[in-house]
Write a protein that binds this ligand. Structure first.
Ligand code: GLC
Length: 425
């Protein structure tokens, strides 16, 4: 069974491999996505180390001069996706979007390095990539934390990777829709519209893009200009985990300045993250920087923070919260608490299970000594795949596959989970 799953997963990676980067799935997402690529490299590393490094190197070839690493690189023209390069208008030789995505690259690079069989090559490649990743982290703290709180904000829901989470609903009402040029969505032509964000949400997404474009994508202006500034514990948790891996790897490679600066980013960030702890919910929750208030929404964002080196007592409570959740759904981890009135089992990030997030939560819980819950999550992932194939996401009650099929990062996570379990066994 395991061998058959591995083979199917390897086949999906191959089908979606365009040589130097991998598309998330043909049709729905025909370009290179930032965190998809970094997580995909983890799966690829078990099959072909060289190819795994290339995936991340290609992404960083498109890093902006200010340090930002864009969320999409439009390597080739394809009008099957909206919004395409013309809407972003970032004016780059190879077009990219103008916003970023969760910074998981530092974690991925450290993992590739640690597991590499060819250490000389891995050392050379990590040495070249590390300053770029560090520059991206510095960009975050300089541009998305102007008041030096230790935590960064996202300024567009797509940056979080959890596009239409319930977490954004109230803050998103501040984003107008007037002046949005008429457009035709493409996502609903590839996937069931009932599983996708609503039309109104789409108009607000595009309003933000148009507003940032009118400011010439000048990152020194965008944060303050955005009516949407959210401090997401999951986003910060991923960044902090990467910062901690960059600190460790830089020390190992003799890059002392990077190691020291990263260690202090980490200390400040972990201390600040605690301000997002929500005792009543037994997890972290978001902060709305424009309104100046916490957002009491029990989403996966606050569980995903367990990926960071948070205090052990916090990880223990998160494991207990997940245990409670498991009594209210069949498969962990729902992207929104199934007991909450806003939960929607099939709509994208408002309820469904996503394997990549499961993987990161389990990884963090394992490191924090919560191995029973970590193993339970891994098991649910494999059951979902066996029953429902390599989908984009799944209904946490029925396991029904939703969104796109033959999904790259889902396949990569399956390889990662199976191979890591073998190493641990
Ligand atoms: C969707 C997801 C995002 C992902 C992208 C490509 O937009 O919400 O997290 O990166 O698809 O798979």
């Amino acid at each position: 069974m395991t061998e058959a799953l591995l083979q199917k997963a390897a086949h999906i990676l191959q089908v979606n491999d365009l040589g130097k980067y991998t598309v998330p799935t043909h049709g729905l997402y025909p370009f290179q996505w930032n965190w998809d690529s970094c997580l995909t490299a983890l799966g690829q590393s078990h099959l072909n180390e060289d190819r795994a490094w290339t995936e991340i190197e290609t992404l960083f070839e498109h890093q902006w001069d200010d340090g930002m690493v864009p969320h999409i690189v439009f390597h080739k023209e394809d009008d099957g996706y909206f919004p395409g390069p013309g809407v972003w208008g970032t004016n780059r030789p190879i077009p990219t979007s103008g916003i970023t995505q969760p910074a998981v690259a530092g974690f991925a690079i450290k993992s590739l390095y640690d597991r590499s069989q060819n250490k000389t090559d891995a050392r050379r490649r990590a040495f070249a990539l590390l300053p770029k990743v560090f520059k991206w982290h510095e960009w975050f703290y300089a541009n998305r934390d102007p008041k030096h709180s230790g935590l960064v904000a996202i300024i567009h829901p797509w940056e979080s990777g959890r596009d239409n989470s319930v977490d954004w609903d109230d803050a998103f009402l501040r984003v107008p829709t007037d002046g949005v040029a008429p457009f035709v969505r493409r996502d609903t032509q590839h996937a069931d519209p009932a599983h996708r964000p609503t039309q109104e949400q789409y108009e607000r997404y595009i309003w933000l893009v148009q507003t940032f474009r009118n400011l010439n994508w000048d990152n020194s202006k965008l944060h303050d200009a955005s009516p949407f500034q959210i401090v997401d514990p999951g986003f910060n948790g991923i960044l902090l985990r990467s910062v901690s891996e960059v600190a460790a790897l830089a020390a190992d490679l003799g890059l002392r300045d990077i190691a020291e600066a990263s260690a202090s980013q980490l200390d400040r960030g972990i201390a600040a993250l605690d301000s997002l702890w929500n005792e009543k919910r037994g997890q972290y929750t978001c902060y709305d920087r424009v309104a100046g208030c916490l957002i009491d929404s029990p989403s996966i964002g606050g569980l995903l923070a367990a990926f960071a080196p948070i205090p052990k007592s916090r990880a223990e409570t998160i494991a207990a919260t997940l245990d409670t959740q498991s009594q209210n759904c069949t498969y962990l981890v729902a992207s929104h608490d199934p007991r909450d009135v806003h939960f929607d089992a099939k709509r994208y990030w408002r309820g469904p299970v996503w394997l990549i997030v499961n993987y990161m939560i389990a990884n963090g819980l394992h490191a924090a000594g919560q191995s029973a819950m970590a193993t339970r999550i891994d098991k649910d992932c494999l059951t979902l795949i066996e029953n429902s194939g390599f989908a984009e996401y799944y209904d946490p009650h029925t396991g029904e596959p939703c969104g796109g099929g033959q999904f790259t990062w889902t396949a990569a996570m399956v390889i990662e989970i199976i191979k890591n379990a073998k190493v641990a066994a």
